[in-house]
Design a protein around this ligand. Sequence first.
Ligand code: SF4
Length: 434
Amino acid sequence: MQSTPKSMRLHIGLFGRRNAGKSSLLNAITRQQVSIVSDFAGTTTDPVEKPMELLPLGPVLFIDTAGIDDMGALGELRIKKTRQVFDRTDLGVLVAEAGTWGAFEEEILRALSERNAPAIVVFNKTDVARPPDAVIEMLNTQKVRWVQTVASEGRGIQEFRQALLDAAPEDFVNNPAILGDLVGPGEMAVLVVPIDKEAPKGRLILPQVQSIRDLLDSDAFCMVVKERELRCALDRLKTPPKLVVTDSQAFLKVAADVPDDIPLTSFSILFARFRGDLTTQVIGTMAIDRLRAGDRILIAESCSHHPISDDIGRVKIPRWLTQYVGGKLHFDHVQGHDFPENLQEYKLVIHCGACMTNRRAMLSRILHCKQAGVPVSNYGLTIAYSLGIFERALQPFPAALEAYHAEKTRLAGRPGGMPPESNSGASDYVCIRS
Ligand code: SF4
């Protein structure tokens, strides 16, 4: 699997005294044993780098200032290598023992502030001490985010994740690629856009327009066709397209018309990656097989558009899922900025493509679902799963596909195994606008 280049990763500088619990914090957030701090005091002043996939942010690079500690710290902080860490830090994390605060910590915050790098203060080991009130007041005044953790027990880690997400620079969170990274300069994408009574008059919808613009920005070619003309359009091409993207409502017909060796996905799935966290939502989608009659499902849309008569969120998805499960399900709907706090009451959250919101807002919703232990899917992913073309629709996204296979294997190994993927209800399924 292709690894994200270092330059594309969010650089998270990790600072703190040696016994503050930096390694425990990393172990807790990655759920791996990551030992980045030298066992021997003063063995190196070289920063230690650790690239990771950190959900929900994506590819990050932790840089630990190993060997820099409170012994002569202020002097050490001025050495060249440490200054370089500050210089390439996009986001600084200062780990402090809850009862310990002094010039060392102040100096780190000042160095980050000078470089306009956002900072998060993690007060660790709060089971044995409280952070000083005066320090909390100072941080609040300076609008520095802070969280309390007991990293060795995993406490406060979700709050730390949220703080990372909240503090991450805007241009990192709002990753600009919709499909420009999938279709290179000089390559062709075919976009399938049904024009039926549900299509708005005289215009294309936002995910379609944004996808076309993204392709143009990438110096790629773009052909836009209705589903009826797709077969004919493909036949006329001398070279097969690099990718076909369809409105999810036409998934079945388009899958039948596009040869298997041409990658295919939907606008909605592209937006699960662009606005959300594709891997998490892929795993969340697999919860469809665990739904039972009587379960509650939340359908969430990021804008407050007026529902049409055969609305996808209100009519089609509920009808299809009810048929799939073979019993009555309870659906709740939210629109716009509303997102409920009682998420733990739901067995699944199905979210729209979130084209009208920013990624930070969508990632926060995904985090809230995770905190509540509720799987979260997306309209396009739900549709592809139901139609039995989930793997094909994920083909352009190797990391997500790999995560799907790993989860399938994991579930198959559990007592009782995993119910087979089903496409029941597929013939009745007519779907969405993105
Ligand atoms: S994808 Fe979501 S935010 Fe975009 S138009 Fe549809 S309901 Fe609104």
